[in-house]
Design a protein around this ligand. Sequence first.
Ligand code: IPM
Ligand code: MN
Length: 356
Amino acid sequence: MTKNIVVIPGDGIGKEITTAAVNVLKKIASKYNWQLNFSYYDAGGTAYDKSGVPLPDETLAAAKAADAVLFGAVGGDKWDDVAPALRPEKAILGLRQGLGLYANLRPVKAMETLLEYSPLKPSIIRGTDILIVRELIGGIYFGERCESEEYKGTTRAWDLENYSIPEVERIVALALTTARSRKGRVTSVDKANVLATSRLWRKTAAETAKKYSNVQLDNMYVDNCSMQLAINPTRFDVIVTSNLFGDILSDEAAVLSGSIGLMPSASIGERTSLYEPIHGSAPDIAGKGIANPLGTILSAAMLLRHSFSAEAAAADIEIAVQKALADGYRTADIYSPEFKKADTLQMTQAVIDNIG
Ligand code: IPM
Ligand code: MN
């Protein structure tokens, strides 16, 4: 197998964590005798500083031509005063839109070795295994907006949320399909008691689910969902929701499992997909070599599974991560004195050593 992977480190700890994941992928390539070609492109504040734009054309073009994209993180207070259209975040939003990445998959699984790091009691978090399917290129993120206008003698701003039936169908269908290989349950999350877009969403979800007789669909309001995640996370299997609700709920869900530093994600589209950890660029620890690389390493496992259909290799990485944790390696974000403190390189090496 020969594949081209575009690596976009981005800002902050992005370089350290993508380097870690690339090294793990290199180990996998040598184990399976594949040729993985890596090429590197700028995005985010780093790209803005160099070229004046957060997403250079060549980065988007390379991503489109790649077999898969591995992304680090973008953003940092350094660029807080940059014009809205040039903010580092525009890089990831532009990639999502440019690649047509309509679905973001964020698995949240409570690991037995890390239960004590969860803010929830072990009795509540144990057994949690949720897949959040977030709509990624529609809704209020991409609707019309106005930064400032005069209105009734004062100034206001607004953002427009809109969803069409095909947009909802596409994401709900993906959630239903994915649920078939899980526990067969999908919870569609909305705010249908208030929002028109949510009422369309709920109706369309019900219509779409009719074609999936073996999957059970239920609906939940987003406020209730955020509460249920905290008091009864094991009740969920697949959650499907809009762009904004998915952004919020996936951060909440991610932290339940112990450390947001461990959470991978896959953004899936019609062709090239993109893989990134769900945490941010952590400018406060950038360059110190102490960032937790596991979220990105696990994103590389998702890359192998979803883009290259390489299930065995994906499982190799996931098992190696479990073993590294079971061997007691802990980066600073999940460290306590009875464990072996590992920096980014040591943690990465521990994973690599566990890939046979
Ligand atoms: C995420 C991030 C992004 C989002 C930001 C960086 C634009 O929070 O991937 O969840 O809001 O989608
Ligand atoms: Mn987010």
